[in-house]
Design a protein around this ligand. Structure first.
Ligand code: CP
Ligand code: NVA
Length: 308
């Protein structure tokens, strides 16, 4: 695998299969309560400019479980907040640490950090991508369906980070992906173009629609995300109106396959993008999905930092 994990489009299908195989091994060890310390003596720096529950905790505890140490650095903790350049920060981090997880606004910032660091940089979410989330989600789907190829995911909501990473991931693994968004909230057109071409090569299909009922037709999985992402709080009222009709509720779920599974990257806002009865209902696998963040990210850490 390359030095960094910045987007799913940067890594190969074989890399993804390697991550899944190792995540399965790590999950079994975790469940058996076995100690496994391949990252003994290694330190991970975690730069977070946005809030996080799952990503922060799973990386931090994952690093501990692998025998290493994680250093959490909030938005205000670094000299970067007072104008030190990203390039200098990357060079300094490379003198002390073995890897970096970064959650920030712009993808360019993550790219700049990675190109100036000699250690692994892992994207923990930007406005444009959330690779660790979608890798974990695909791992969860593998567990449930025993395959990815031909499985149809119907994504509902905003065409931003989660949708973009789904486009990259699904196309690479030959999945069928439909993305339903209001007309003004489509994913990045370059990413769509790239995904359509990659999907074609891998026997998958990418569809875009502004009709949620068309989107969920024959879906094996319905997947949603918040309507107002971090940093967009000023648009909350407008988005409530614009996304009306895209809620994942009993009626919409009824239009998909009978045994459809419900996924959500979380955090969820019940009554907005998803109704409480659906997210808390029997078709929902959202907590298993969240649990797998730990195992998949531990695999990523060991592969990138432990030379696995
Ligand atoms: N899904 C996800 O990344 O959650 P957090 O924002 O809590 O990390
Ligand atoms: N789209 C959401 C994802 C949160 C995990 C956000 O960026 O806030």
């Amino acid at each position: 695998m390359k030095k960094d994990l910045l987007t799913i489009s940067d890594i190969s299908r074989e890399d993804i299969e390697g991550i899944f195989n190792h995540a399965k091994f790590l999950k079994e060890k975790f469940r058996a309560g076995e100690t496994y310390h391949p990252l003994k003596g290694k330190t991970l720096g975690m730069i977070f400019k946005k809030a996080s529950t799952r990503t922060r905790i799973s990386f931090e505890s994952g690093m501990y479980q692998l025998g290493g140490h994680a250093l959490f650095l909030g938005a205000k903790d670094l000299q970067m907040d007072r104008g030190e350049s990203i390039a200098d920060t990357a060079k300094i981090f490379s003198l002390y640490l073995d890897g970096i997880v970064v959650r920030t606004f712009s993808q360019d910032e993550v790219e700049e950090l990675a190109s100036n660091a000699s250690i692994a940089v892992i994207n923990g979410l930007t406005d444009q991508h959330h690779p660790c989330q979608i890798l974990s989600d695909m791992f969860t789907i593998m567990e449930k369906f025993g395959r990815l190829k031909g499985v149809k995911v119907a994504y509902m909501g905003d065409g931003n980070n989660i949708a973009n990473s789904w486009l990259d991931g699904a196309s690479k693994m030959g999945m069928n992906l439909s993305i339903s968004t209001p007309p003004d909230y489509k994913p990045n057109s370059e990413i769509i173009k790239r995904a359509v071409a990659v999907a074609q090569k891998n026997g998958g299909k990418i569809e875009l629609t502004d009709d949620p009922f068309e989107g969920v037709m024959d879906a094996d999985i319905i997947y949603t995300d918040v309507w107002t992402s971090m940093g967009q709080e000023d648009e909350y009222d407008k988005r409530l109106k614009d996304f009306k009709g895209f809620q994942v509720n009993t009626k919409l779920v009824g239009a998909a396959k009978k045994d459809v599974k419900i996924m959500h990257c979380l955090p969820a806002h019940r009554g907005e993008e998803i109704s409480a009865d659906v997210i808390d209902g029997e078709k929902s696998i959202v907590f298993e999905e969240a649990g797998n963040r730990l195992h998949v990210q531990k695999a990523i850490l060991e592969i990138l930092m432990g030379g696995k």
